[in-house]
Design a protein around this ligand. Structure first.
Ligand SMILES: C[S@@+](CC[C@H](N)C(=O)[O-])C[C@H]1O[C@@H](n2cnc3c(N)ncnc32)[C@H](O)[C@@H]1O
Length: 267
């Protein structure tokens, strides 16, 4: 195993909150999930309110298995570039695009978006769906994505905001803002919210239950195959359940389309 692979495993382990020993199992644990926390068909419905068409170019940052990219390509017949640092997700995305007859429109590349985001021609829209605070606050995230988007272009952000002040110990959620603060952050730098969709709690609960059940089934099988990792597999499942509890009780999930303004820009 070379140094690049070791650091890639470390990055994945860090993002998914597991040890590097668990990284080879992640693919199997998440095998039955396609969209990973987002609602691709709702997202493409929402995108119809802006001027996206077959000539547009869309960047899907942290594209996972390509569920959103593929839905976008199917709906608008436009070109989509999906970036994700998880190689097996990228392979799955390529296969899925082929099955969905949009392989000619979709390019999926394994890349760390911390370093490889701005190497491309500016995009009309950057999608950032259920990736979490890898760039920091919403202000930081929009400034970072702005480096890849044409002037006056859009960011579609699928995320969550806090609905109460209860202390939250789940990594990635501790720093989540409430609704008013979220809107303030999204509209900094001359940005304008052109569309907002808040998902009904029941939809989130249903999605979580579906995910949880599938992950649990895979986890049970994996514990038999890898008894030495049994505790870590249990920890992974417990963390998923805790994350779902937090999402269902203390957060609301939403998608915003933000038109980027010409205010401060970070490099
Ligand atoms: C919860 S999934 C969401 C996937 C997809 N957007 C969707 O809605 O189905 C978050 C994805 O972000 C990817 N990711 C996290 N940090 C990343 C980074 N620094 N570079 C590239 N991908 C990253 C993960 O590998 C994961 O596939």
């Amino acid at each position: 195993m070379n140094c690049e692979m070791i650091s890639r495993d470390e990055k994945l382990a860090d993002y998914f909150g597991v040890t590097t020993a668990m990284v080879p199992l992640l693919d199997e644990l998440l095998r039955d999930l396609y969209a990973l926390g987002s609602f691709p068909h709702d997202i493409v419905d929402q995108m119809r309110c802006v001027d996206i068409d077959y000539s547009s170019r869309i960047l899907d940052v942290g594209c996972g298995k390509g569920a959103v990219s593929i839905a976008v390509a199917q709906r608008f017949q436009c070109r989509v570039l999906g970036l994700d640092f998880f190689e097996s997700f990228i392979e799955y995305a390529r296969m899925s695009a082929l099955k969905a007859s949009v392989r000619h429109l979709c390019t999926f590349i394994q890349a760390d978006v911390h370093t490889d985001l701005s190497d491309q021609e500016p995009f009309d829209m950057a999608v950032f769906a259920s990736v979490g605070p890898i760039f920091g606050t919403h202000v930081d995230t929009l400034r970072r994505l702005k480096t890849a988007v044409r002037p006056g272009g859009y960011v579609l952000l699928d995320d969550a905001y806090r609905t109460d002040d209860a202390p939250i110990g789940v990594p990635g959620y501790e720093s989540c803002a409430g609704y008013d603060e979220t809107i303030l952050q999204l509209t900094r730098d001359g940005n304008r919210i052109v569309s907002e969709r808040v998902y009904p709690p029941a939809a989130i609960q249903q999605m979580n239950q579906r995910y949880c059940q599938r992950i649990c089934e895979r986890a049970e099988a994996l514990k038999k195959a890898y008894p030495n990792l049994s505790d870590e597999i249990d920890d992974f499942v417990a963390r998923e359940a805790e994350e779902n509890r937090v999402l269902e009780n203390h957060m609301a999930c939403a998608t915003w389309i933000v038109q980027l303004g010409d205010g401060e820009q970070s490099g």
